[in-house]
Structures are given as C-alpha cells and as structure tokens.
Design a binder for this molecule. Sequence first.
Ligand code: SAH
Length: 249
Amino acid sequence: MSGWVAVAGLGPGAEALITPQVSDALAAATDLIGYIPYVERVPNRPGLTRHASDNRVELDRAAHALQLAAEGKRVVVASSGDPGVFAMASALFEALETGPARWRSLDIRILPGVTAMLAAAARAGAPLGHDFCAINLSDNLKPWPQIERRVRLAAQADFAMAFYNPRSRARPEGFARVLTILREECEADRLLLFARAVSTPDEELRIVRLADATPEMADMRTMVIVGSSRTRLIKRPAGPVLYTPRWSE
Ligand code: SAH
C-alpha cells in the first residue's frame, strides 16, 4: 500500500472550524504526529497510532513523518490553525530538502485550516479588511532586532498587524518593547484587539486603545491585532465591532 503525509490544520480550537478535508484525512490515517496538545485534540481510535512530541523538535517530527510514509503509512502531522502559518508545513519541507532523495517522490499534501489570525478577526468584526501583515513575535527562529524592524516599518506603512506568539514566560520583555515601538509610531488612540483562546471555552476578547494596552494583556494563547490608522469601532448593544474600511486615500 502506498503511504502519504498530510500536514493538517486543526483550526483554532472549535470542532466546527475543522474542515471536512482534514476530518477525512484524520479518519484515513494510520499515524498521527504532532505537538502533545494538538495530538490530544484528536480522539483516539483503534488503528490510529499517536506520536506526541514536545514543541521544540519540529524537524525530528517532520523526518519521522516522512520516514513512516516511506514505509507505507498514512500519516497526519497535526498543527493548530493553519499548518503553513508558523507551523509544521515548512518544517516538513525543510526535512524533505535535506533528507534522502527517495523522499521526494512521496505523496505529500498540505491541508489548510482556519488560522488564529482569521478566527480572532472574525470574532471582533473585520479589522483585517484592508492591507495587513502577520508577524511572529517569537525570537526562537530569528534575531530579535529583525522583529523590531518589521513592527516599526509595518506601523510606518500603516498596515494593520496580526501578532502571533506575542508573549511567553521565557520572553516576558519582548512584547513590552513592541508596545513601546507602537507608541513611538502610532497615535495614542490606535485600536488593539487582544483575542485569547478564540473559539474555545476559555475565549476572551478585549479591545483597547494603544495608550491603555499593557504587556500583561497578552500570553501565549493570545492573538494581538493592531488596527491601522483607519480602524474604528461601531457600538452595538451586543458589544462593539472593530473594523477597517476597504479603502484608504
Ligand atoms: N499555526 C497556528 C499558529 C501557531 S503559532 C495558526 O495558524 O493559528 C501559536 C500562536 O498562535 C499562539 O501563540 C497565539 O498567538 C496564536 N493562537 C493559536 N491558537 C489561538 C487561539 N485559539 N486563539 C488566539 N490565538 C491563538
């Protein structure tokens, strides 16, 4: 039997946000590989071997998936959100590029998912309705000065910005520094969204002005969206809507 690898996005948390394509791959898989909490999101069933690993071993995990597929297994590598957004799809191709030549003829599929940025934006309204960029604030895989430079230039270009991995216990000071840069480049009443654990029972949304934003408003389960200079609020009885018009002059 011929094996395959599907790198699949499980979405931000809610079952309803898993695509039918990903559900089909999970149902057909013999092996499931991923970071422990993502593997735990997939119910166990007979015939499915689960390989849960720590977050820091992406390349080993990717090579393991390719090796199993080469042996004829049907392998799903699970990511949260979308697998192509700061996640396992690139790690798989890094392993493919440097691995044995025979891996290149394997059947490899990338199955998209609802990324946290889009799930968070949708819960708040439409803050990404005009030009925007996404920046990973973790300096695990890039130098910190590059992050600062990208945030500053994106603010100067008046992009809305979506920040992944805003803050961790290992890097508590980085996000404070990002807020300082935003205060240097943007007006005090610029609107920010802190969207935590979107689509899960722990979901919390908070919309604040830049002047009132504090580093503690973000943690590793939070997506931060910084509006552009045109992003605004509409008051409604059910709570405010954050949106960016489609035009600028
Ligand atoms: N591949 C994932 C992102 C991985 S990086 C995706 O496409 O969504 C992990 C970061 O994503 C977290 O630190 C957080 O910033 C964000 N994130 C993931 N799930 C989230 C959720 N349910 N709510 C808010 N942010 C989330």
